[in-house]
Design a protein around this ligand. Structure first.
Ligand code: 8IG
Length: 277
């Protein structure tokens, strides 16, 4: 790290500037925990506490409003009941948007620069495990990165054992013992899978299919963050469910599940805060 020359193009430098802009706009110097909101999780953060500031993503260096319907496009600073601050990132960049992996993991790097030690990554995803239905939240236990890229460059041989923290999964299950878990497979998208590809992922050991979280988790670990991954199963993956997949359907089951997700997320995040302090 000390040998790197930091130009203004440096992604870590950009994350530092984003964190400074968030601190300026919110008046909150440090955010202890950060949460990225995926499809279906949009209103879940409303239960966390008092929103101190809500900033349009495009006003913060390196962020852009997501083009995906169902993503809020803002960065929020929320004060929780215990006094800790949560950074709620409602502006995710997906790999399929074509801006490269640095854009994809900018939120995670900004979270680390803002002082966070825990990164909660949420998403909407397709489910492959027998017995799962649309609208059920599950914990991510591990991942298979099928994008063929890494957000890291150079000799950054980061260890990914226990990437999705066992400690945080245990804690989430103390709150909701019914939470199942599974292996998240990230594909580049933006198209959904063919039924044959879904069978492939299943054969490889994947239980959840999505387009966002594995790359972010890798960058989070590299940045020193402890990761909790939560997927909302918004649809059964192609070939597992009857009939074709539609984004509208995905949004709909997200909306239906939000009543359960909000309290769940709030209780998990607060509990993480209690354990930390
Ligand atoms: I929401 O079935 C959502 N995102 N790759 N497959 C992939 N991504 C998804 C899916 C799905 N559902």
């Amino acid at each position: 790290m000390t040998y790197t020359s930091h130009s203004s193009q440096d992604p870590f430098d950009l994350a530092r500037r984003a964190a400074d802009a968030i601190a300026d706009a919110s008046g909150v110097a440090r955010h202890q925990i950060a949460i990225t909101l995926g499809s279906g999780w949009k209103t879940a953060a409303d239960h966390l506490g008092e929103t101190i500031a809500e900033i349009p993503a495009h006003e913060i260096p390196g962020f852009r409003a997501s083009k995906v319907v169902g993503h809020s496009g803002t960065i929020r600073s929320v004060r929780m009941t215990d006094g800790a601050h949560a950074l709620v990132i409602g502006a995710r960049n997906h790999y399929y948007e074509g801006h490269g992996t640095d854009a994809v993991v900018h939120g995670v790097r900004t979270a680390a620069a803002a002082g966070a030690s825990v990164m909660v990554l949420t998403n909407g995803a397709g489910g492959l495990k027998h017995g799962w239905t649309a609208g059920v939240p599950v914990l991510i236990s591990d991942h298979i990165n099928l994008t063929a890229v890494s957000p890291l460059t150079g000799a950054t041989f980061v260890d990914l054992t226990d990437l999705y923290s066992q400690r945080l999964r245990d804690l989430a299950r103390e709150i909701d013992p019914s939470l199942d878990e599974g292996v998240y497979a990230q594909l580049p998208g933006p198209h959904y899978e063919t039924p044959a590809e879904v069978r492939m992922v299943k054969a490889l050991g994947g239980d959840i299919i999505g387009m966002s979280t594995a790359l972010e988790a890798i960058a989070a670990r590299h940045a020193g963050l402890e990761v909790l991954g939560l997927s909302l199963i918004t649809n059964l993956a192609a070939g597992i469910q009857d009939g074709p997949l539609s984004h509208e359907e995905v949004l709909e089951s997200g909306n239906d599940a939000e009543a359960r997700l909000g309290p769940l997320l709030a209780r998990v995040v607060r509990r993480i805060g209690e354990i930390r302090s």
